[in-house]
Design a protein around this ligand. Structure first.
Ligand code: TYM
Length: 329
């Protein structure tokens, strides 16, 4: 039996090249080596307010983007978190073994909480739900971008604590980061991670941005005042542009140095834009085909939920028995 992989994305905001290079591209690459489950984590999205109509649309858009990027629904499972109630059930059981202090220390909680007038309890419990997503399927590998590593460490801590209290129950999941592209930075401010929620039209390249928009955003990206690329003193903006090119192209470091050393920034940006457009155009074409096939995305999601429900329910049963909760004889 192949080891299991689990990962997910929130259906909030517009998916960008950071999400693609940090996670989605890696998912496509490894899907044939594993039994893969790729989730649309809508219950995570509602830890901050979402317009219900927009959320409904974004869930299907994200599923179509998974498919357009190359996730093969015959080989891998694409499913929505809220369609499998076991995610919420296991989350509750795990909250009972998770010290509040662990959650209050999470950097993403602190950053998100600082943006809210009132902090919902869901925002604090966010990483416990994430642990439940992963442990529910006894996933061995979790391919994510670098910003999720702290959540993954917490998942292992929660699993360990549960195992030591109630006996060996959960597989310890490993984090898998891409070698290039694990942390793509904002084009307008390369000291900040590219993010779905950051304001400003020059911050992120969305996967569904038209080619002209992509080019405009990249040509306006922040660099520095040096005349051209010097690999010995790369500023964050130039390093980010080179990282984007390298992650899309798959070139190694030697190829990158040979090609870009001394290149003027205008030409660098042009070549980065060409590379991003050449990769996103076929994805966008497939996306348009997928969404024009009425009912297709919903059928994939329905089948995905049906496929994983027995696995999820078996884990919940096991956890209930371990904890002494009621299970009918
Ligand atoms: P989310 O929706 O914020 O991001 C989805 C994936 O994209 C990666 N990512 C990035 N990678 C490189 N550069 C960036 N600038 C960048 N921004 C985002 C993220 O690391 C992530 O892999 N908590 C998760 C969703 C989640 C999950 C899970 C993931 C819920 N349950 C279980 C794995 C396993 C999140 O908010 O991802």
């Amino acid at each position: 039996m192949k080891p299991r992989v689990f990962s997910g994305m929130q259906p909030s905001g517009n998916l960008h090249i950071g999400n693609y290079l940090g996670a989605l591209k890696n998912w496509v690459r490894i899907q044939s080596d594993y039994e893969a489950i790729f989730c649309i984590v809508d219950m995570h999205a509602v830890t901050v307010y979402q317009n219900p109509d927009e959320l409904r649309a974004k869930i299907r858009e994200l599923a179509a983007l998974y498919l357009a990027a190359g996730i093969d629904p015959k080989q891998s499972t694409i499913m929505v978190q809220s369609a499998v109630p076991a995610h919420a059930e296991l989350c509750w059981m795990l909250t009972c073994v998770t010290p509040v202090g662990w959650l209050q220390r999470m950097t993403q909680f602190k950053a998100k909480a600082a943006e809210q007038e009132t902090v919902g309890d869901g925002l604090l419990q966010y990483p416990v739900l994430m642990a439940a997503d992963i442990l529910l399927y006894q996933a061995a590998i979790v391919p994510v971008g670098e910003d999720q590593t702290q959540h993954l460490e917490l998942t292992r801590d929660i699993a360990q604590r549960f195992n030591s209290l109630y006996g060996e129950t959960f597989v310890m999941p490993e984090t898998s980061l891409p070698s290039v592209g694990a942390r793509i930075m904002g084009l307008d401010d390369p000291t900040k991670k590219m993010s779905k929620s950051a304001p400003g039209s020059g911050h992120a390249v969305a996967l569904l941005d038209p080619p002209a928009t992509i080019r405009k955003k990249i040509m306006r990206a922040t660099t520095d005042s040096a005349p051209g690329v010097d690999f010995d003193v790369l500023s964050p903006g130039v390093a980010n542009l080179l990282g984007i090119f390298q992650a899309f192209s798959g070139w190694d470091d030697a190829q990158m140095r040979a090609h870009f050393s001394g290149m003027r920034y205008g030409e660098l940006k042009k070549q980065v834009a060409d590379m991003v457009i050449a990769n996103l155009e076929p994805l966008q074409k497939r996306y348009n085909e997928i969404v024009s096939e009425k009912g297709y995305v919903d059928a994939v999601l329905r089948e995905g939920a049906e496929r994983v429900t027995p696995i999820a329910n078996a884990t919940v049963e096991l956890v209930k028995r371990r904890m002494g909760l009621y299970t009918p004889c």
